[in-house]
Design a protein around this ligand. Sequence first.
Ligand code: NAP
Length: 314
Amino acid sequence: MQHDGHGATPIRLALVGIGKIAQDQHIPALQSDKSFELVAAVSRSGGIENLPCFTDIGDLLESGLDVDAVSLATPPQGRHAIAGAALDAGLHVMLEKPPAATVSEVADLAARARAAGVTLFTTWHSREAASVDAARDWLAGKTLRSARIDWREDIRVWHPGQEWILQPGGLGVFDPGINALSIVTAILADPLLLQSARLEFPANRQAPIAAQLSLRSGEAAAEAAFDFLQTGPQSWDIVLETDSGRLVLSDGGQRLAIDGAEISAGTDEEYPRLYRRFASLVRASASDVDLAPLQLVADAFLLGERVEVPPFSF
Ligand code: NAP
């Protein structure tokens, strides 16, 4: 029998891919959310203590274990096959960002979720940062004059040894950069259109280690600088000049200042909020599939000038 999270019956969920983000965020968020019962792991490396562990999604689906949903925290390469198998088996699916390795894969998953009558949720965790809603509310009705995004972090600190991130489909510096794009696509009134891009590929790698993007949103120009080699202070900042003042969203969306005065700040509740939203989507028999951030990254790969930079090793 399918449990859908109505009433007191929790949604029985299996977590797929027990790496950094699963350990840091997904497991704690699930363990403190009564809408879910974490019933299994799908993992090549060991899984979750005291829970059944399956080496791949096929083994889980054939096991006979009662499960209503899966949440995928694997790298984007390979997600489509895992998510497709789960949807076709009638399970609700939640996807880490970026939702898949290509835009077409996400469209296919959305169609298969509709056909199976189950929920597909393509998450964008940075949209759940503490001050993003306040930024969108403040911007409503104002005219954007220009936008500047600086997303600079140290790959060796935040993604130690993650070879997949610099392989084809790993997105390279767009793995963090897509978080900035997920915020601006959620708060700006007009769609963002890519004008040009410069992508810096290490000579020994297949994904960019830095990128600069020029975009437009309505009449306003927007510039984005993504850097994976930032040592010292890290930057996850968005600055929007409007006809009514200057908005600065910093710390990845946690803090909001208007004309230099902080008006909103909060603690990190991104993953608890994502799981609450997933539960409400399951209860409403709805899906939430937003491709806009991944589309912009695809556009950067389509239009971007490629520049070779020195080899990179972790
Ligand atoms: P990670 O530490 O490398 O973990 C990924 C896990 O996925 C691995 O431990 C492995 O778990 C499984 N996996 C399955 N196929 C794999 C393959 N071909 N190569 C490598 N691992 C594979 O990566 P992560 O940092 O958790 O990132 C996973 C996803 O979460 C990415 O899409 C990333 O953008 C997103 N994310 C990461 C962060 C962060 O701070 N790191 C923050 C937000 C979102 P098993 O051994 O259990 O199979």
